[in-house]
Design a protein around this ligand. Structure first.
Ligand code: TRP
Length: 348
């Protein structure tokens, strides 16, 4: 199938070989997204932000703020989406993501996502969506309050990805079945409409181990109230570290201590760069003679080194909204261009 004639909107896009345009030739566009439900925390920092910082230097990167997806879980959260969106933008920029390098897009600014989702919904079945492991486990969390938007979210997430010519999608492990579903839909579209417009979708998984929460039991998560947020004040951080469990049998300094299952060591594993020092500390703690206070102070210093430079960067709400609006306007032009190409394969 030949590429349809270039639509005039192309002239509105400054860079004529924009990688986000379908048929631009780029097979390496990265798209990832977050639901704006609250502040980012250290788990996000080690699990996804650091990866994005690398990717923004090597690939075209679109970061989607999935504000309409928030409604699929809990409609009452709509009243905090704007505030949470700004918080997310502030966390992104403070962490070093740059509007010069990546495109920040508000999902609700791009109606073509929902237009494409509607077309794609005809290529799957209710049974297929309901079988999806991510949908199964998430629907248990929201038990009786499932809305239709929730059941549609794998389809609209597929549209998020395909509309911007993306093929590489960094997500957490829990989202992998959604991307398998998305890839399946892309293949079905190409097959049914006899085209090669959509690239295969590949998940990009984080290589760092999941960060535990300050409770030491679960992974760090805002909803479990066990997180250290990137925007927490240093006194909050100190308080949270002080609350961490170490080894409950390590009562006196001279007692031998347990490294395994010790939350402070779980954190030092991630945040102490000097691995020789870490090994020596573990041996010393196991022998006895090393105090919890020393370890907690050391951990605090490592986290301080990350958070203070971030928190020194100040961005006003107006500035953040401006960046987001400008970026979203650019993305809208791309979406308008791409949806016309997609429709030309459907309506012939
Ligand atoms: N569902 C994703 C999450 O909750 C967020 C998301 C929305 C996303 N659209 C996306 C992730 C597109 C990757 C690609 O984490």
């Amino acid at each position: 199938m030949n590429q349809p004639a270039v639509v005039s909107i192309l002239s509105l896009i400054s860079n004529a070989i924009n990688p986000f345009l379908l048929y631009s030739g780029s097979k390496e566009v990265v798209l990832t997204g977050d639901r704006p439900t609250g502040p980012l925390h250290l788990g996000h920092f080690v699990g996804s932000l650091q990866k994005r910082l690398q990717l923004q230097d090597s690939h075209p990167l679109l970061i989607l703020i999935a504000d309409t997806q928030v409604l699929n879980n809990d409609l009452s959260k709509s009243s905090s989406t704007l505030q949470n969106t700004l918080h997310l933008m502030r966390d992104y920029l403070r962490a070093g993501l740059s509007p010069q390098k990546c495109l920040f897009v508000r999902q609700s600014s791009i109606p073509q996502i929902f237009e494409l989702a509607n077309y794609l919904s005809n290529l799957t079945t209710l049974a297929q969506v309901m079988r999806n492991p991510t949908i199964k486990s998430e629907s248990q969390m929201y038990n009786n309050s499932l809305n239709m938007g929730f059941l549609n979210y794998p389809i609209s997430q597929t549209a998020d990805i395909l509309l911007f010519n993306s093929s590489l999608v960094p997500v957490g492990q829990d989202q992998v079945p959604i991307l398998e579903f998305a890839n399946d839909l892309a293949i079905k579209f190409n097959y049914h409409f006899k085209t090669n417009i959509f690239n295969p979708i590949t998940p990009v998984l984080s290589t760092t181990a999941k960060l535990v929460g300050i409770d030491g039991k679960n992974k760090m998560s805002k909803s479990l109230n066990n997180s250290i947020n990137l925007s927490d004040s240093m006194s909050e951080v100190k308080m949270k570290i002080n609350k961490m469990y170490t080894d409950s049998n390590h009562l006196r300094l001279s007692d031998p201590g347990q490294v395994q299952g010790n939350t402070v060591f779980d954190f030092l594993d991630v945040f102490l760069e000097d691995k020789n020092q870490l090994q020596e500390l573990k041996e010393h703690y196991t022998r006895g003679g090393l105090g919890d206070r020393y370890l907690k102070d050391l951990l605090y210093k490592q986290i301080e080194k990350i958070l203070i430079p971030m928190q020194e960067k100040n961005y006003s709400d107006d500035y953040l909204l401006n960046v987001l609006n400008e970026n979203s306007t650019q993305a809208l032009k791309i979406a308008q261009h791409n949806i016309e190409i997609i429709k030309s394969f459907i309506f012939k």
